[in-house]
Design a protein around this ligand. Structure first.
Ligand code: AMP
Ligand code: ZN
Length: 111
């Protein structure tokens, strides 16, 4: 999608701090981190959200990438994965992404 900022990051058309990359997905640090570690995992192909018909191999690649982010960032003590979907969840970038948050005690509450 030509006007999508995450498509541009996936194609290396705009810079990002890449943590992990393979054929299907790329993981990069969030520009406005909400925790000591805040990395986004996205499919390279454009899907609006997790409910936009994302193929199983892409979802599997994202799960693998989350593990790689945790390994690279040293999140041995745990981390949280969040996927905002739609207006009520506050999704601001309409390219499916998973937030990987960690590096501190996040607590027991979901939000
Ligand atoms: P969401 O609110 O779930 O749609 O999350 C979008 C996230 O993308 C926010 O945490 C932003 O800080 C992040 N973000 C937006 N533009 C960029 C960018 N160019 N590089 C890295 N992160 C970005
Ligand atoms: Zn996109």
């Amino acid at each position: 999608m030509s006007d999508c900022i995450f498509c541009k990051i996936a194609q290396h058309e705009i810079p990002s701090t890449v943590v992990y990359e393979d054929d299907l997905v790329i993981a990069f640090d969030d520009l406005n981190p909400q925790a000591p570690v805040h990395t986004l995992v996205i499919p390279k192909a454009h899907y609006d959200s997790i409910v936009d018909g994302v193929p199983g191999d892409v979802l599997a690649a994202m799960a693998h990438a989350i593990g790689e982010v945790a390994r690279v960032k040293g999140l041995d003590a745990g981390f949280r994965v969040i996927t905002n979907t739609g207006a009520d969840a506050g999704q601001t970038v309409m390219h499916f992404h998973m937030h990987v948050l960690g590096g501190k005690m996040l607590g027991e509450g979901l939000i």
